[in-house]
Ligand binder design. Structure first.
Ligand code: SME
Length: 174
């Protein structure tokens, strides 16, 4: 048990260092966030789908994701809708142990059993969120939430800048 915790801490330290390096690189926002999502996803065998939603003009819009080839069915989510929109409306992270027990749930995959949403804030303003799905019941812990909060702080500038870009009309996105 103690060895497991030491191993987890070691993994978390390495992941944070990798995300910090990516965030400071010259690569474009979308590429950086895509690599962050891939890193986070690959570290956790029980995480079936991992993604970032961006808050664009008051609507959550799916950004980089890992765990599926196609974009999710709910690629745009209004504030207040589903687990993702509830996190923004209530301004707090969501850990759902069993998605079958909540009414306000938007299914992206029928096999999903639990879900974790961690808000990403830049200067106090919500600019997006991590959304993670698992096919296992109660797959997420407070430690997972804390780690994603730390990663959120490292990438919040990148998320804000990608959300700002998507807010512009397509011909002005450069
Ligand atoms: N389940 C989410 C929708 C997003 S998909 O899981 C990728 C929700 O209820 O908001």
């Amino acid at each position: 048990m103690r060895e497991q915790r030491t191993e987890d801490r070691g993994r978390a330290v390495r992941l944070k260092a990798e995300v910090e390096t990516l965030a400071a690189s010259d690569a474009p926002d979308e590429e950086v966030l895509g690599q962050v999502v891939r890193l986070v996803h690959d570290e956790h065998p029980l995480w079936a789908w991992s993604g970032i939603y961006l808050l664009v003009d008051g609507t959550l819009v799916v950004g980089p994701f890992a765990g599926s080839e196609e974009p999710p069915e709910h690629s745009r989510i209004e504030v207040g809708e589903g687990v993702c929109g509830t996190a923004v409306a209530e301004q707090r992270n969501q850990i759902v142990e069993d998605v079958r027990e909540i009414d306000n749930y938007l299914a992206c995959s029928l096999s999903t059993r639990s879900e974790l949403v961690v808000l990403i804030r830049e200067n106090g303003r919500i600019v997006g969120q991590f959304d993670i799905d698992s096919d296992e019941r109660a797959a997420f812990t407070r430690e997972d939430e804390s780690l994603l909060e730390e990663l959120a702080d490292l990438i919040s500038g990148r998320v804000a800048s990608l959300a700002d870009l998507l807010q512009r009309p397509p011909h002005l996105r450069r």
